[in-house]
Design a protein around this ligand. Structure first.
Ligand code: PMV
Length: 322
């Protein structure tokens, strides 16, 4: 293997990976439409060591019940030797910020290091295989962001903006992942405190995409994501904000907003160029692009509205050994 991104390292090994925030195209990406997202500078760290029996954070029962750990054990750990896995995460769970993907990417990198090193393209496929095996549905957006870091786009046409990184497969489907330039903006993300559940949401929206107006809706999602992508490439924040709002209108239409999330979007509006739900929705978080110089005001407004907001920039590096 030439230039493994994750070098060989004997156990014990510690890896970390960033969370993510979806700017355009969640849900539609599962049906092959474009998505734009970034890895954020908030990390999950996973330490793996040899043990007498499998354990998660020192306990055996949670290890046996953890769907992602079980899937990683099946898919990525051919020796089967028991491991003690310890997780410390700053990515809030069930928040739409990719905590599962960050956990899986870190764990896959740690196991890959212990098995002799692994390159990022392989890791991106492995991490998605584990997520899909546990979750049954979804796209490789979250796991690719955790592996690659920075800004990414999925499913944009050949010749479009961005440099190809890898193509990820599941069943008969494939998603091409590209790196796009960082426009240099600070994003404000706010967790509502309301947990979301990705699997059921993805299945419900997928049914909607199979209904009579599904094709038209998918086409509109693609138009908005491509518009957002072009606006970002021009570093036009106002136009990007407009497309964030357009995307939110579509998320409302497919039923993944929530009165709590709408209250946060209302609170953000005076200080934001645009704002939307990020992730599977029904709960979780919103993402907003502040009006120039109004980042602090935006954070304050969202905190007053009862959310847990923070300003974030892209994680420059994706998954890595610590
Ligand atoms: O809410 P999250 O972090 O699980 O993001 C889900 C994004 C979806 O597009 C709804 C599903 C997917 O796997 O792409």
């Amino acid at each position: 293997m030439s230039d493994p991104a994750i070098p060989a390292h004997p156990l014990p090994v510690v890896a970390h990976a960033p969370g993510k925030c979806i700017l355009f195209g969640e849900h539609a990406v599962v049906r092959g439409q474009p998505e734009v997202l970034l890895a954020i500078d908030v990390y999950t760290q996973v330490a793996v060591r040899a043990a007498r029996e499998w354990s998660l954070n020192g306990h055996t029962e949670p290890a046996a019940a953890h769907p992602y750990l079980q899937a990683a054990r099946r898919e990525l750990w051919p020796t089967g030797d028991p491991l003690d896995v310890t997780v410390v995460s700053r990515v809030p769970k069930s928040s739409g910020m990719g905590s599962s993907a960050a956990f899986i990417a870190s764990l896959a990198a740690a196991l890959g290091a212990a098995l002799g090193g692994v390159d990022r393209a392989t890791l991106a496929q492995q991490a998605f295989t584990v997520e899909r095996s546990a979750q049954g549905v979804g796209s490789p957006g979250d796991t690719s962001a955790a592996v690659a870091g920075g800004y990414l786009t999925l499913n944009t046409p050949v010749g479009a903006i961005g440099d190809p990184l890898w193509t990820v497969h599941a069943g008969g489907d494939e998603w091409t992942v590209r790196r796009i330039a960082d426009p240099g903006w600070v994003w404000v993300v706010a967790f509502s405190g309301l947990p979301k559940d990705t699997g059921p949401r993805v299945r419900a929206v997928s049914e909607r995409f199979s209904s009579a107006d599904g094709p038209a809706l998918l086409a509109r999602f693609a138009e908005v994501a491509n518009g957002g992508l072009r606006a970002m490439a021009k570093e036009d924040a106002a136009e990007t904000g407009h497309f964030l709002d357009e995307n939110q209108e579509l998320l409302r239409t497919v039923g993944v907003s929530h009165p709590r999330l709408e209250a946060l979007l209302d609170a953000a509006r005076p200080a934001a160029l645009g704002a939307k739900v990020t992730g599977a929705g029904g709960g979780g978080s919103i993402v907003a692009l502040a009006r120039p110089g109004q980042e602090t005001d935006l954070v304050r407004r969202l905190a007053r509205a009862g959310a847990v907001p923070f300003a974030t920039r892209p994680s420059a590096r994706g998954v890595g050994l610590v």
